[in-house]
Design a binder for this molecule. Structure first.
Ligand SMILES: C[S@@+](CC[C@H](N)C(=O)[O-])C[C@H]1O[C@@H](n2cnc3c(N)ncnc32)[C@H](O)[C@@H]1O
Length: 169
């Protein structure tokens, strides 16, 4: 159905997933944490073996976090020890304030993922304004020189064109 309306969209999403996976695996050994902002039902924390060695924070809306918690318990019996599920509303709260209440230390060398969130119906503002506000000035979430930040989105108005940036914060 989506494929008919927007040809190539699922292929684009798979490429995006693979690209971020590869950059994440390349970063192992240089990072101390993974923070997936708007993680949804993304599975890379569970399917990429090297990730089991680093702490992961998966951040999303409370109802999604609870649904994910239920599914993970069904699959694994318990939430994997290295994973912390963090409920948030990006329109009301910032990760820089919420994450430290869930065991994350500001200052950890962190791989941040912000993938496919800004076009979501749950986001009120423009992609740029929301991204700036969620990151709360960028540097406050992690040491700028040692963190990597991925902003990836598919723009409805541009489909099937894709936009994907990755690099140091
Ligand atoms: C299209 S999904 C992308 C999920 C995942 N990042 C991926 O690429 O597979 C967008 C995610 O953003 C989350 N989201 C949207 N608005 C949000 C908000 N205001 N606060 C927190 N999370 C939000 C949704 O719950 C959803 O899981």
């Amino acid at each position: 159905m989506t494929e008919k309306k927007f040809p190539g969209v699922w292929g684009g999403i798979l490429c995006r997933k693979r690209y971020i996976d590869e950059k994440l695996i390349e970063s192992i050994g240089q990072i101390e944490a993974l923070v997936n902002l708007g993680a949804g039902f993304d599975t890379r924390a569970y399917r990429l073996a090297p990730i089991a060695r680093i702490p992961v924070w998966e951040v999303d809306q409370p109802q999604n976090i609870e649904a994910k918690r239920r599914r993970l318990r069904k699959l694994f019996g318990e939430i994997p020890e290295n994973v912390t599920l963090v409920p948030i509303d990006f329109d009301q709260q910032t990760p820089a304030i919420v994450l430290p209440t869930c065991g994350y230390s500001i200052g950890k060398r962190t791989f941040f993922i912000w993938e496919g969130v800004t076009q979501s119906e749950g986001i009120a503002g423009s992609p740029e304004v929301t991204t700036r506000r969620v990151l709360d000035g960028g540097g406050r979430l992690g040491p700028v020189r040692s963190s990597r930040f991925f902003q990836c989105r598919l723009s409805v108005s541009m489909w099937p064109a894709r936009h994907c940036d990755g690099g140091p914060m």
